[in-house]
Design a protein around this ligand. Structure first.
Ligand code: UT7
Length: 330
């Protein structure tokens, strides 16, 4: 006997958008700043270039631009939005939250807006909070933004870190829809977030209002982060897929946080995900921290790779350590 699936409240990705600073800095440009080469950067990371914000481009302005494009893509106007969650580690000011600045620029005067801080995992954290707010009936239409200006917190004399990062923003609009409780229905299927603060000194910023009264600079033990990244990412993606009862072969697109080509290929191999199913934009964008997932997703949606109905797996790992994964049908 065929049973009609029950209806559930889902967070559907209604649209996406992104924004990049105008200035492109290539590896050749980078070799004029620190003792490095295009060969080293490409071989160790896969990065060829990154965008660097000028003084008038900030986390707020990039976030607003990405948000407007995501709303346009969804066919919505700002007045539809009742919650903004912005993931960043490079806010315009210590407070108020950059999300409230974006809210003001979009002319939204209802609902709420707040920032989420989970470094490179920020977008995955923000999406899981947005999904929980939608599922619990506290929000109908959420603008989830990842926006970063990491160039402002880099130590431009440290070749081990400054070559890796770039600036940019990405956004998604999540809308509540009541749909049949089936894996074939669009929307977020699983969210998983984790952290382990014992590893705080492997990737951190050496300043802050309460300690040094300064912003500080990014510090990283790259090799240590690399080692943990492959294990943590693979484990949490496996958990997310098992929770939804899907196999790696069922995943149409793997949209990872863009940190290092070798990490992405290593995890894909470990899980049996085909390399041509990985969306990789780090060659052009570098590591844009919380912005990297929505940026990569937007690129692949607009160039026609990711289509409506595709099953997409997002993952990230960053300072904290924090990490997480999301499985969604677009
Ligand atoms: O988004 C948050 C998560 N972050 C990550 O996932 C980053 C994870 N880590 C990595 O991606 C890699 O560890 C890096 C790309 C950061 C570094 O690659 P590595 O293969 O782990 O290199 P390493 O740090 O062990 O350094 C190897 C050598 C060193 O020289 P010696 O000591 O062997 O003589 C470094 O001094 O490469 C040298 N080096 C460089 N050489 C040229 C480090 N940075 C550079 C550079 N150009 N930019």
């Amino acid at each position: 006997m065929n049973q009609t699936p029950t209806a559930v409240r889902r967070s559907v990705i209604a649209g996406c958008g992104s924004a990049l600073p105008q200035r492109v800095m290539t590896n050749a440009d980078m070799s004029k700043v620190v003792d490095t080469t295009d060969e080293w950067i490409v071989e160790r990371t896969g990065i060829h270039a990154r965008h660097i914000a000028n003084d008038s481009e900030t986390t707020r302005t990039l976030g607003v631009e990405a948000a407007r494009r995501a709303l346009d893509h969804a066919g919505l106007t700002p007045d539809a939005v009742d919650l903004i969650i912005l993931a960043t580690s490079t806010p315009d000011q210590t407070f108020p939250a950059t999300a409230t600045l974006v809210q003001a620029d979009l002319g939204i005067t209802r609902g709420a807006a707040f920032d989420v801080q989970a470094v490179c995992s920020g977008f995955v954290y923000a999406m899981s909070v947005a999904d929980a707010m939608i599922k619990s009936g506290q929000a109908e239409c959420v603008l989830v933004i990842g926006s970063e200006t990491f160039s402002r917190i880099l130590d431009w004399t440290d070749r081990g870190t400054c070559v890796l990062f770039g600036d940019g923003a990405g956004a998604m609009v999540l809308k509540a829809e009541t749909l049949p409780d089936s894996q074939e229905s669009p929307g977020i299927l699983v969210t998983r977030i984790r952290s382990d603060g014992r590893y705080h000194d492997k990737l951190y910023v050496d300043g802050g209002p309460s300690t040094t009264r300064t912003v500080g600079h990014l510090r990283m033990e790259g090799r240590e982060v690399f080692k943990h990244a492959v294990v943590n990412i693979a484990t949490i993606m496996d958990e997310a897929m098992k929770a939804a009862n899907v196999a790696p072969k069922d995943v149409d697109w793997f949209v990872p946080h863009q940190a290092n080509r070798r990490i992405l290929e290593g995890t894909a191999r470990k899980l049996g995900i085909r390399e041509d199913r990985i969306v990789m934009t780090l060659d052009r964008h570098g590591n844009t921290s919380a912005a990297s997932i929505p940026l990569a997703f937007d690129v692949a949606v607009r160039d026609g790779r990711i289509k409506r109905g595709d099953l997409v797996l997002f993952e990230a790992m960053g300072g904290g350590f924090t990490w997480g994964a999301i499985l969604a049908r677009f």
